[in-house]
Design a protein around this ligand. Structure first.
Ligand code: C2O
Ligand code: CU
Length: 473
């Protein structure tokens, strides 16, 4: 005989339990898959200083043989023998001390891209310091004033040296910032020009056309690797800080048009979150976004690079390329955590009474018919500095009447891009597309000295598209 009371009791116990067991976990309750980022791991330098607010490291620029292409040895120019160089990670207000030694066969220096530090730490030879000769040393020592995703690279012969592998990330965190969901992953996108034996191509390969077009590498690298694998779990968010460290290549990136919630860029958090389905990163630019793994468990996908129209012939006959494997592990999906929408208060610079300047980004030829680029038609070696005053706000009109796009970078100061509807964001690098005008506003705080600005297609900077600003008290 069936005992109806027992059956009722049994079903009452069973029903809620089984429902509960099927409800997905929240992303906050699970971890990333084991070794999820192992292909992309960055080198962490040893801290020589016991003070928790000081990071003191040794950094060596040195040539190291690496296997970039399978079975081939490439003499990569590295910081501390790794590609990218060591990740420098700090909190706002921390002090960084870098004992730098140059073991390269050429002079070099380190520029701390995007950091608002004193002029004598900016790493520009013959302006802020002497070049560090082979065998020579220099100590960089400064406090990091802003949170954000930055990077460091040489400022001597930079097209060649950055192209050979000298680049590394620097991330500054603000412990008081709103909590953004997702485990952090720092991705440096780059490329390298190798021949079929794995040897580095001549920095001036391609001659005049190489100067004009800029030199894109033959292999695309993600944290120094060709086609690394990143593991994820459906719904478990990752926070990607992406940096374009290539000398010329633009990166338009997407993953099956899945949403990317941009929370910040060059100079830290944006004012609010903006969701897109692809990211365009011009050389030296950074973005910071939350990526929500969209694929079903046990699926493989490809993160892809798309050609960007950055001027004459730049997309002609070119196809998208797979640059990273995305492996979604065989674990049940989890429910993503909400991404905060309001992130930070950023006040628009008051441009009333601002000093206005126009910078024409120009391309011409010198008397020997070499490509000669410049600002307002003047090659940087013939250029007089702009004069500016501490405390002054300026509006710069960046005019590009050439057939190529130019990613414009200002050293030492953040700017705001005017006339855009995107959420406010402090930037130090902005694309000026071919035949267009971009306006930026900047305010010079009290760090006098000689500050560079230039196109961050390093081949363009090398042939003259650079200038400098003399900031005085
Ligand atoms: Cu990353 Cu002078 O620049
Ligand atoms: Cu340019």
């Amino acid at each position: 005989m069936l005992d109806i009371r027992k059956l009722l009791l049994f079903s009452v116990l069973l029903l809620p339990t089984s429902l509960w067991a099927q409800a997905p976990l929240s992303a906050a309750q699970v971890s990333q898959p084991p070794e999820w980022d192992k292909d992309l791991a960055l080198n962490i330098p040893q801290d020589l200083n016991p003070d928790p607010h000081i990071l003191e490291i040794n950094l060596e620029a040195v040539v190291k043989e690496m296997e970039i292409m399978p079975g081939k040895k490439t003499p990569v120019w590295t910081y501390n023998g790794s590609l990218p160089g060591p990740l420098i990670k700090l909190n706002v207000g921390d002090r960084l001390i870098v004992h730098f030694t140059n073991k390269l066969p050429a002079p070099t220096s380190i520029h701390w891209h995007g950091l608002r530090i004193p002029n004598n730490m900016d790493g520009v030879p013959d302006m802020t310091q002497a070049m560090v000769q082979p065998g020579g040393q220099f100590t960089y020592d400064f406090v990091v004033p802003d949170a954000g995703t930055f990077w460091y690279h040489p400022h001597v012969d930079s097209a060649a040296q950055v192209g050979y592998g000298l680049y590394a990330p620097l991330v500054v965190e603000d412990p008081a910032a709103p909590k953004i969901p997702g485990d952090e992953l720092i991705l440096m996108f780059s490329d390298m020009s190798l021949d079929d034996k794995g040897q580095l191509q001549e920095p001036k390969a391609g001659g005049r056309f190489g100067d004009l077009f800029g030199r894109e590498g033959t292999v695309i690298l993600v944290n120094g690797k060709v086609m690394p694998t990143l593991q994820m779990r459906k719904g478990k968010q990752q926070r990607w800080r992406v940096i374009n460290a290539s000398r010329t290549r633009y990166f338009t990136l997407r993953y099956k048009r899945s949403p990317l919630a941009i929370v910040g860029g060059d100079g830290g958090l944006a004012e609010r979150t903006r969701t897109v389905d692809e990211i365009k990163l011009v050389p030296a630019e950074r973005y910071d976004f939350v990526f929500t793994p969209p694929d079903a468990p046990n699926t493989d996908g490809k993160f892809r690079w798309y050609p960007t129209d950055r001027g004459y012939g730049s997309t002609y006959n070119r196809l998208a390329e797979d640059i990273m494997n995305i492996r979604t592990v065989n674990e049940p999906a989890v429910t993503p955590e909400p991404v905060p929408q309001q992130l930070r208060k950023i006040v628009s610079l008051d441009t009333k009474g601002a000093k206005e300047r126009t910078l024409n980004l120009t391309i011409g030829y010198d008397k020997d018919e070499n490509v000669s680029m410049g600002i307002n038609g003047v090659h940087y070696k013939d250029a007089a500095p702009f004069m500016a005053k501490v405390g002054q706000t300026e509006v710069w009109t960046l005019r590009n009447d050439t057939d190529f796009s130019h990613p414009f970078h200002m050293h030492g100061f953040f700017f705001q891009v005017l006339g855009t509807t995107d959420p406010l964001l402090w930037k130090d690098t902005v694309d000026v597309p071919q035949h267009s005008v971009v306006k930026i506003a900047l305010k010079f705080d009290d760090r006098p000295g000689m500050w560079m600005f230039h196109c961050h297609i390093l081949d363009h900077a090398e042939v003259g598209m650079m200038g400098h600003l003399h900031l005085e008290r």
